[in-house]
Write a protein that binds this ligand. Structure first.
Ligand code: PLP
Length: 375
């Protein structure tokens, strides 16, 4: 199989699975138990937290484990709205956020919030000035993702954070960094909330984390209950997932520069190979090294994904080609219909090879040469 969909999820390396297995079978104590077999896990949990915090470059005591990126996004938005409930009921976000943010915003709208959804240009670009201009005296929160999951576009979160201080110092800033986990330092980013998820970096599914910065005074608990995660997110700790997340973070940190170089080289290679195919055009001004978005203009993406899938080549049609319609991200770009219809995403991991890209390019060329385009 050729797996070019690392933005969807990633394989778990053996070392990560081993760390999880040991916890499941040997160190399975409940961190809330009184005896050492359980209580020892509380200390262990702090070591796992520290490992993830090291990758994010943030203080461990401001990092909270969640069950996934979706949970972190929802928690952050709700907590920001709660802290700033006396500031106002306005939220600024973008039209290209993951649905974890967009759907939460829709719920906030039902609760009486007004949400401004900023549109990108045709390249997927949204500038810091555009975001700051939308901020008002009653803006409780701004949520702008770090790396777009479909386009690879990197958004100017640090610049937005700096600008917010002057524009409205009360407004809290959230960033969904699920696709950018190896590409930032929470310390210098300046966001008040940063969401990450383990399964995008070789960790298990079912665990994420949320950084909550010092400007968030008394964060609203996500799950009141037994008091885990310093009272903010109760529920018995998912210790095996924590162990896996921590190990994946350590592995990533060890190979950070090597992986970045490898991914950037692969992306450049893939871009050249793919754009040599007739009717293939680039989509978005993506700059994250692991994501490449292109369109086989005129050939429906759903058919491409099925055709390649039948040859054991995994790519995706945007975040999902919902019943033949382009995803909300592709729709927001307002591309010509034939280009929008053919948008596919390739995303790479540390183990991806040029030979795999060659095989994918070959299959795409065959698709172009043998399948009928749309009318
Ligand atoms: N945000 C972005 C940008 C994503 O790409 C994803 C997953 O694809 C999520 C949030 C949701 O993360 P999770 O699958 O951990 O809920």
């Amino acid at each position: 199989m050729i797996y070019l969909d690392h933005a969807a999820t990633t394989p778990v390396p053996r070392a990560v699975a081993d760390a999880m297995y040991a916890v499941l079978t040997e160190q399975y104590g409940n961190p809330s138990s009184q005896y050492p077999f359980g209580a020892g896990m509380k200390k262990q949990a702090e070591l796992w937290r520290a490992a993830v915090a090291a990758l994010m470059d943030c203080p461990a005591d401001r990092l909270f484990f969640t069950s996934c990126g979706t949970e972190g996004d929802n928690w952050a938005l709700r907590a920001a709205a709660w802290q700033n409930r006396h500031v106002g009921r306005h939220i600024v976000t973008t039209a290209v956020e993951h649905s974890a943010v967009l759907e939460c915003c829709k719920w906030l709208e039902r609760d009486g919030y007004e949400v401004t959804y900023l549109a990108p240009d045709q390249d997927g670009t949204i500038t810091a000035a555009q975001v700051l201009e939308a901020v008002r005296p009653d803006t409780a929160a701004v949520s702008v993702m770090l790396v777009n999951n479909e386009l690879g576009t990197v958004y100017p979160v640090a610049e937005i954070a700096k600008g917010l201080t002057a524009r409205n110092p009360k407004t809290l800033l959230h960033t969904d960094a699920v696709q950018g986990l190896t590409a930032f330092s929470a310390r210098t980013l300046g966001a008040d909330f940063v969401t990450v998820s383990a399964h995008k970096i070789g960790g298990p599914k079912g665990i994420g984390a949320l950084y909550i910065g010092p400007r968030v005074k008394n964060p609203r608990p996500l799950l009141p209950g037994g008091g885990q995660e310093r009272g903010l997110r109760s529920g018995t700790e998912a210790t095996a997932q924590m162990a896996g997340f921590a190990r994946a973070a350590e592995l990533r940190l060890e190979r950070l520069d090597r992986d970045r170089e490898h991914l950037a080289a692969l992306q450049a290679y893939a871009r050249e190979k793919l754009l040599a195919i007739p009717d293939m055009v680039p989509v978005g001004a993506g700059t994250a090294p692991h994501i490449l978005s292109v369109s086989l203009a005129g050939w429906p993406a759903g058919n491409i994904v099925t055709d390649l899938g039948g040859q054991d080549i995994c790519v995706s049609a945007g975040s999902a080609c919902h019943q033949g319609k382009p995803s909300h991200v592709v729709a927001a770009l307002k591309l010509p219909k034939r280009v929008a219809a053919g948008v596919i995403r390739l995303s790479f991991g540390p183990g991806t090879t040029e030979a795999e890209i060659d095989a994918c390019a070959e299959a795409l060329r065959r698709h172009h040469d043998t399948r009928m385009p749309m009318l």
